[in-house]
Write a protein that binds this ligand. Sequence first.
Ligand SMILES: [Zn+2]
Length: 61
Amino acid sequence: MTILWVVIGLGIVCVGFLIRKYMNTHKYDYVQLNLHCKNCGDVTNGLKCSQCENEKPSKNY
Ligand SMILES: [Zn+2]
Protein backbone atom coordinates (compact mmCIF):
# COMPACT_ATOMS: atom_id res chain seq x y z
CA MET A 1 0.00 0.00 0.00
CA THR A 2 2.94 2.34 0.61
CA ILE A 3 4.07 2.05 -3.01
CA LEU A 4 0.52 2.77 -4.16
CA TRP A 5 0.40 6.00 -2.16
CA VAL A 6 3.82 7.03 -3.51
CA VAL A 7 2.62 6.47 -7.08
CA ILE A 8 -0.56 8.46 -6.40
CA GLY A 9 1.48 11.26 -4.82
CA LEU A 10 3.87 11.42 -7.76
CA GLY A 11 0.92 11.48 -10.17
CA ILE A 12 -0.71 14.39 -8.33
CA VAL A 13 2.59 16.28 -8.24
CA CYS A 14 3.19 15.73 -11.97
CA VAL A 15 -0.35 16.79 -12.93
CA GLY A 16 -0.17 19.81 -10.63
CA PHE A 17 3.20 20.81 -12.07
CA LEU A 18 1.91 20.55 -15.65
CA ILE A 19 -1.23 22.59 -14.83
CA ARG A 20 0.82 25.20 -12.97
CA LYS A 21 3.32 25.42 -15.83
CA TYR A 22 0.50 25.78 -18.37
CA MET A 23 -1.24 28.44 -16.26
CA ASN A 24 1.98 30.42 -15.79
CA THR A 25 2.80 30.30 -19.52
CA HIS A 26 -0.74 31.26 -20.47
CA LYS A 27 -0.76 34.06 -17.92
CA TYR A 28 2.63 35.34 -19.09
CA ASP A 29 1.48 35.46 -22.73
CA TYR A 30 -1.72 37.24 -21.72
CA VAL A 31 0.18 39.88 -19.75
CA GLN A 32 2.76 40.32 -22.50
CA LEU A 33 0.03 40.92 -25.08
CA ASN A 34 -1.59 43.57 -22.89
CA LEU A 35 1.68 45.29 -21.97
CA HIS A 36 2.52 46.16 -25.56
CA CYS A 37 0.40 47.93 -28.16
CA LYS A 38 -0.67 45.69 -31.04
CA ASN A 39 -0.35 48.47 -33.60
CA CYS A 40 2.91 50.25 -32.81
CA GLY A 41 4.40 47.83 -30.20
CA ASP A 42 4.91 50.57 -27.64
CA VAL A 43 4.70 49.70 -23.91
CA THR A 44 1.25 50.60 -22.57
CA ASN A 45 1.33 48.76 -19.19
CA GLY A 46 -2.12 47.25 -19.87
CA LEU A 47 -3.65 50.63 -20.72
CA LYS A 48 -4.74 51.84 -24.15
CA CYS A 49 -1.94 53.12 -26.33
CA SER A 50 -1.77 56.91 -26.03
CA GLN A 51 -0.18 57.30 -29.47
CA CYS A 52 -2.75 55.16 -31.31
CA GLU A 53 -5.62 56.66 -29.28
CA ASN A 54 -4.46 60.14 -30.27
CA GLU A 55 -4.11 59.19 -33.93
CA LYS A 56 -7.68 57.89 -34.32
CA PRO A 57 -9.54 61.17 -33.45
CA SER A 58 -7.16 63.17 -35.68
CA LYS A 59 -8.03 60.95 -38.69
CA ASN A 60 -11.76 61.49 -38.12
CA TYR A 61 -11.47 65.28 -38.09
ZN1 LIG B 1 0.07 52.03 -30.31
